[in-house]
Design a protein. Structure first.
Length: 178
């Protein structure tokens, strides 16, 4: 049995959850999210919690049971608290700047990299080297953070590049001169 799927999602006050034609809508103080749910998993929306049930114990259905519960839990958390990812830039001359909906990065390339911040996200830069990405959609926040990190992933010899703030980069010993 799916242990995650069996746990109900607590709905705090101020959050409204509606299900119409397979589309789940969650409204809260930070915004509104909607997601299409797969067929086969049934939701029971009470006043303060959402419970999930599956029709059978097939492998695919069991996997969807836990997935749907996790998605709904993330939607409720997103509209109440929001999600954030923090990135750090390390390297001489590497820096970032956020202006409006653009993130400008200087990463040792022959040109500056300008990334447009997706709608629904906010990006702030602290001290030219710390980037904070915030939003209500966990997938969107994580994907944009991964896209920024992909521009210059940390290298193992000097540690230069863009890394998550809680990421540990294993360092390698370079060549030794004879």
């Amino acid at each position: 049995m799916s242990r995650i799927g069996n746990r109900p999602v607590q709905v705090p006050s101020g959050v409204e959850v509606k299900l119409q034609d397979g589309l789940l809508e969650v409204k809260g103080p930070k915004g509104q999210l909607a997601a299409a749910l797969p067929a086969g998993i049934s939701l029971d929306i009470a006043s303060d919690k959402v419970t999930f049930a599956r029709p059978n114990d097939k492998t695919d259905t069991r996997a969807l049971h836990g997935l749907v519960r996790a998605l709904v839990g993330n939607m409720v958390t997103g509209v109440t608290d929001g999600f954030s990812k923090e990135l750090e830039i390390q390297g001489v001359g590497y820096r970032a700047d956020a202006k409006g909906q653009m993130l400008n990065l200087l990463l040792g390339l022959s040109h500056p990299v300008n990334m447009e911040v997706p709608k629904g996200l906010s990006v702030s830069v602290e001290g030219n080297t710390k980037i904070k990405i915030e939003g209500i959609d966990k997938q969107q926040v994580g994907q944009f953070a991964a896209d920024v990190r992909r521009l210059r992933p940390p290298e193992p010899y000097k540690g230069k590049g863009i890394r998550y703030s809680d990421e540990h980069v294993r360092r390698k010993v370079g060549k030794t001169g004879a």
